[in-house]
Write a protein that binds this ligand. Structure first.
Ligand code: ADP
Ligand code: MG
Length: 335
């Protein structure tokens, strides 16, 4: 749906802020631009709604070169959320949320209904907040208003530049969860800038890992964690990549691959857990010695078996050993 073709950007001099970037984004995906400060994430993002000009190459949305589109029309179809939420201090919350619908000439009733609907999406009482001003809200609330404002005219594409970066960790995690929940309903195509690997693993369908304006690796979080393409990628994701990977896997997946173990009735210290729990949290439970075994229930509350540290380790070794090249070789042999 969005294609980047040999996209480069030079601001001044010879150093390129973005250098020959190529990748495709599918409709309804969250793609996260990840990398250290100054690697070109914001520049790459802002070329999509033409807040920055493209020096070389092109960006296409649904096959259409954005260079050929009317700028106003283009930005109307692309929601934009930034870290410092960008709310207008002198407008009340309802006015802030409905800015774009207002520009589009929606009538009063339609705008108000949209406002109510969006506030409900983020769990804020529409009537309580409509006449308040941004500075009367907490940082987390302001950031959520920034997100629904970008969604107001229902644009198919969203650009989000470290939208939750200024929030403290607990609120941040909550808003990430809430945002993923919203995305399940609205299914936007989202380009999202982050410098936080944990945020990227949690939120992304695909990650564009960048360094000095170039893409080091483009793939799913699992891809990047299991098969880092080069030394830079390995370094960036860190030594605990195996553990990070576990956050993407559930007990159900382990059960399918290697099965659970029998419940050891002699162990007193057991905990109960749902089969859709992720393996990182399950392992944490075991390692923190909250329990020596975890008893696994399915959604009907039927006991499926147990899981132990050994079991998680075995699964992890199996997962981390798999290499795409091995699969290819196997196929060759079979021919
Ligand atoms: N308006 C600008 N003028 C000149 N150089 C810029 C401008 N904006 C960004 N840069 C430079 O481009 C590079 C990439 O910046 P940026 O896209 O903001 O990176 P990131 O978002 O990954 O931190 C940096 O070297 C930065 O100094
Ligand atoms: Mg930036």
């Amino acid at each position: 749906m969005i294609s980047f073709k040999h996209v480069s950007k030079s601001y001044t001099g010879t150093e390129k802020a973005v250098n020959d970037v190529n990748f495709e984004v599918e409709k309804g995906e969250i793609v996260i631009f990840l990398g250290p400060s100054g690697c070109g994430k914001t520049t790459l993002l802002r070329m999509v709604n033409r807040l920055e000009t493209i020096s070389e190459g092109s960006v296409l949305i649904n096959g259409e070169d954005i260079g050929n589109l009317n700028e106003i029309e283009l930005r109307r179809n692309i929601g934009y959320v930034i870290q410092s939420n960008g709310l207008f201090p002198n407008m009340d919350i309802e006015e802030n949320v409905t800015i774009v619908p207002d520009l589009l000439g929606w009538d009063k009733k339609k705008k108000h209904n949209r406002y109510k609907e969006l506030m409900q999406l983020i769990g804020l009482d529409p009537m309580e907040y409509r006449k308040r001003f941004p500075n009367e809200l907490s940082g987390g609330q302001q950031q959520r208003i920034g997100v629904i404002r970008a969604l107001a005219a229902d644009p198919p594409v969203m650009l989000m530049d470290e939208p939750f970066g200024a929030l403290d960790p607990l609120i941040r995690e909550k808003i990430q969860d809430e945002f993923l929940q919203i995305q399940r309903e609205v299914k936007k195509t989202i380009l999202f800038v982050s410098h936080d690997i944990d945020e990227a693993i949690k939120m992304a369908d695909k990650i564009v890992l960048m360094r000095d304006g170039e893409i080091m690796q483009y793939g799913t979080p699992s891809d990047i964690l299991i098969h880092p393409k080069n030394e830079y990628v390995s370094q960036f994701i860190g030594r605990d990549r195996a553990i990070k990977h576990l956050s993407l896997r559930t007990i159900a997946q382990l059960q399918e691959e290697i099965g659970l173990v029998e419940i050891d009735q002699s162990i007193v210290d057991s905990k109960q857990v749902n089969i859709h729990e992720n393996l990182k949290d399950t392992l944490a439970m075991l390692l923190n010695q909250e329990a020596d075994q975890v008893i696994v229930h399915d959604d009907n509350d039927e006991v499926q078996g147990a899981i132990t540290i050994d079991r998680v380790q075995r699964y992890l070794h199996l997962e981390m050993r798999q290499k795409p090249s091995q699969t290819v070789e196997k196929e060759k042999v079979m021919e």
